[in-house]
Design a protein around this ligand. Structure first.
Ligand SMILES: [Cu+2]
Length: 332
């Protein structure tokens, strides 16, 4: 059974498998087929050399074994023809691998010049992803926790992190890029298949690294794309309390509970109006100014008994309003 799936896997890895195979997810971007082709060439080259070398070794062990009536032969010291062959043939094969790699690498790093490329700002932070849509029609006003794109359109992601290094990996697109604090990294791709594909963090970034997963949704057309972003990202038109709850679920839940239990950070239950003791012994009243400061500069004053490990946040006014409303609602 296992050998059967293994065999199917090997067959499935042939570059026919646009819909995905035993090894690979579907080929959902313009560079996916190239990456897989290269993988297959290298894999089959290795298999061929492995079989040839092990086969020859086994053959010689049997053929030249010590036995009655068989005399030892002198070891050959030099054979020009053989040396040239085993240098030139692998060199030629490696040049083929180099040529194909170079072609697809250039495809991967250079966004198209003769088309409009849409910018999306990506932020990876402990332990959530957020995506902001620049240019028409949202102009940076919409932020969503899932990535929405339109089929066949080129996108450029501008990525950073406010805390530690994260890495955004989109297996179905065969692309990956780090989010590094203090710098902008860029990545472009063109989705070629509508559907939903996983997106996750591949740089260990702390306790909930393994939950830093979201989805990229490739829409067939601009209407469905726009509607989905508004549905997810338009918090302004929701009542403040609901707004605050959504922000909590998206950004704070991994570190703060609302039931009084200690987590990475203090629980939000009964937090509003409380006198909190700081690590330097001073007392602080939890009000709007303090919550705002905790979000913008969490390292400035640290709650006693907790590590200085909160991610800094910058929000818009309507978002602060939502957070305040939500925290106020969490009475003891
Ligand atoms: Cu991460």
């Amino acid at each position: 059974m296992t050998s059967m799936t293994g065999l199917l896997g090997i067959i499935g890895s042939l570059p026919l498998a646009r819909q995905g195979s035993f090894w690979f997810p579907p080929q959902a971007s313009s560079v996916a087929a190239g990456t897989d082709l290269l993988y297959d060439i290298i894999l089959w080259l290795c298999v061929a050399f492995f079989v040839a070398i092990c086969g020859a070794t086994a053959l010689f062990v049997v053929k030249y074994r010590k036995r009655p009536g068989h005399k030892e032969e002198k070891t050959a010291t030099h054979n020009l023809m053989m040396e040239v062959t085993w240098s030139v043939v692998p060199l030629a094969l490696l040049m083929v691998v180099f040529g194909i790699s170079m072609y697809w690498y250039l495809e991967m790093i250079n966004p198209p010049k003769d088309e409009k490329v849409y910018d999306i700002t990506v932020r990876g932070q402990k332990w959530v992803w957020s995506f902001k849509y620049d240019g028409d029609p949202f102009d940076g006003q919409m932020v969503t926790p899932t990535l929405h794109v339109i089929k066949d359109q080129p996108y450029r992601l501008v990525m950073d992190s406010p805390d530690v290094i994260h890495s955004m990996y989109l297996p179905a697109f065969r692309v990956k890029q780090d989010c590094v604090p203090g710098r902008y990294n860029k990545l472009w791709f063109r989705p070629t298949m509508a559907g939903e594909f996983p997106l996750y963090c591949t740089e260990y970034c702390g306790d909930d690294h393994s939950n830093m997963i979201t989805t990229v949704i490739v829409h067939e057309d601009a209407n469905s794309w726009r509607d989905a972003i508004i549905k997810e990202g338009d918090l302004k038109n929701k009542p403040p309390l609901e707004r605050g709850q959504i922000i909590y679920e998206r950004n704070c839940k991994t570190c703060h509970t609302v039931d009084g239990k200690k987590s990475t950070g203090p629980s939000f239950k009964g937090i509003w109006g409380k006198e909190e003791e700081m690590s330097d012994g001073s007392k602080v009243l939890v009000d709007e100014a303090y919550v705002r400061e905790s979000l913008n500069e969490p390292g400035k004053r640290i709650v006693k008994g907790y590590p200085n490990s909160m991610t800094p946040f910058k929000f818009q006014d309507h978002e602060y309003e939502g957070i305040f409303a939500y925290l106020k609602s969490l009475k003891d």
